[in-house]
Design a protein around this ligand. Structure first.
Ligand SMILES: [Zn+2]
Length: 485
């Protein structure tokens, strides 16, 4: 009987250590109460109905007292987990974990690694073992350490590609993740750092615009960094903030980088679909093995979305006159309008649509103040009726750079920007040029099969997400990772 009881209390202690808070009360009651109750939690014991119950009760009462004493002598260790809040200090976080020992609170508040664990790691999970006396027995948390400082020579170029298709994140993309473990030692605290692997999960989210785009993204549990990527991916076809209406839908497959199964930052959008007023646009990420330079977003038909020119020299401005034949209000006859006019108050920033070299920054009859930019490949853009020039002839400019302020100079009937595009000296429709993909960006025929194979699953995931649309709005689904970089 005694052997059985010892086994029973060992089992009870094991359970207690595993689930201290929930079990503590139950065990306490069992030890104070009848032997039958204590007996009941021991696994593998005989049916009490088959045993002489009176004898059993006496034996247990004697032993229960010493067992209770033994438990009292040993401080109970509680396992607790909490998340670092924006407003936390090392001390508030430790107190939340149950640490009350003043020396520990003081020492760890001054510790630099503890500070970065708590202060620069909002949302990070930190777990601790704290005994019933408020003493910290162990603490663990994951740290995102900044990568080693680079020298200027090997630092990556900060120049963004025109479409900015790189993944973005809150933590540095090349942060090194390590698990910090703190244990009490003779002279304070021993700390160990264990490297953690960054893993990629693929996630799917979809939603419908009911109010703002931001609220739709929020109810679909879609990180704002992913929404920002969508904005850039579709920039030349629609303006997410301005063009989306109530009832429009989005679906997206994206990467989430995790450490220990916990999300730490978003990765790249792998596939996306936006349906606006019944029309759908899609983008699928594909990195051809045979041509890494062609890694880009593609349409499901395999056409690259990697445009050469930004969609507009004045993003968001209303087009008041398109390229083509029109009645010219100045010369009063039908004439080819050789560019696109954007409505703009005098002083609105004008941006170059691609990298290039300024060939003229001055005045020209009819055009007023003008900037002409030569782009590699035989392209030239012209920006006219300007009020102020911000560049000079011969200057190199990069896509998106402000080159001037709009105005009403030259033969102009009102404040606007006249924007022209020339290909090898011939005027062309600037709006068509925004869609231009150079031949070198087209998917080689040898890559077609692998494109279809690599994007088939993405298309399926996208279709499933889009199909379940609003029902998925509040749920982010985990799906197996499909595509490695
Ligand atoms: Zn014009």
């Amino acid at each position: 009987m005694r052997a059985e009881l010892a086994q029973s209390s060992r089992a009870a202690r094991d359970v207690l250590q595993a689930h201290p808070r929930r079990v503590a009360l139950a065990v306490g009651l069992a030890l104070m109460g009848s032997g039958i109750a204590a007996y009941a939690i021991a696994p593998g014991t005989p049916d009490p109905a088959l045993s002489p119950q009176t004898t059993l009760t006496i034996a247990l009462q004697t032993d229960a007292a010493s067992q209770a004493q033994a438990l009292d002598d040993q401080p109970v260790v509680l396992y607790r987990t909490t998340q670092a809040n924006r407003s936390d200090t090392v001390q508030t976080l430790l107190k939340r974990l149950g640490v009350t020992d003043p020396a520990t609170l003081r020492q760890l508040s001054a510790d630099s690694q503890m500070r970065s664990l708590v202060l620069s790691n909002t949302g990070a999970e930190i777990s601790a073992q704290v005994d019933s006396a408020g003493q910290l027995r162990q603490l663990q948390g994951n740290l995102a350490l900044a990568p080693p400082q680079r020298t200027a020579a090997d630092a990556p170029s900060t120049k963004a590609s025109p479409k900015g298709v790189q993944a973005d994140s809150a933590a540095p993309a090349d942060a090194v993740w390590q698990r910090l473990t703190l244990l009490p030692s003779a002279d304070g605290w021993s700390k160990t750092l264990t490297p953690l692997a960054l893993r990629t999960q693929t996630r799917v989210a979809a939603g419908e615009i009911r109010g703002t785009l931001a609220s739709a993204a929020q109810s679909a549990d879609l990180p704002s960094t992913v929404m920002a990527q969508l904005g850039r991916i579709f920039a030349d076809r629609l303006n997410l903030k301005r063009d989306l209406r109530r009832g429009d839908r989005f679906a997206v497959v994206y990467e989430m980088l995790t450490v220990d199964g916990r999300p730490v930052r978003t990765g790249r959008v792998l596939a996306a679909e936006i349906t606006s007023r019944g029309k759908s646009v899609q983008a699928l990420w594909f990195a051809p093995r045979g041509a890494p330079g062609l890694a880009s977003y593609y349409t499901p038909q395999g056409h690259s979305l990697n445009r050469v020119f930004l969609p507009s020299p004045m993003p968001g401005a209303k087009i008041t006159s398109r390229f083509g034949m029109r009645f010219d209000p100045v010369v009063k006859r039908m004439q080819l309008h050789e560019g696109v006019d954007f409505q703009a108050a005098v002083g609105t920033p004008v941006r170059t649509v691609a990298d290039g070299r300024v060939v003229k920054a001055g005045q020209e009859t009819g055009y007023g103040n003008i900037v002409k930019i030569d782009h590699p490949g035989g392209f030239e853009t012209v920006y006219a009726h300007l009020s102020k020039l911000d560049v000079h002839a011969g200057q190199q400019v990069t896509a998106g750079q402000i080159i001037a302020k709009s105005g009403n100079t030259g033969w102009s009937t009102g404040a606007h920007l006249h924007f022209e595009f020339q290909v090898k000296g011939q005027v062309v429709d600037p709006l068509k040029m925004a869609q231009y993909v150079p031949p070198s960006q087209a998917l080689p025929s040898g890559e077609r099969a692998s494109f279809m194979a690599a994007t088939a699953l993405l298309s399926t995931q996208l279709a499933q997400a889009a199909g379940s649309g609003s029902r998925l709005a509040s749920a982010t689904k985990l799906v197996p990772s499909t595509q490695a970089d």
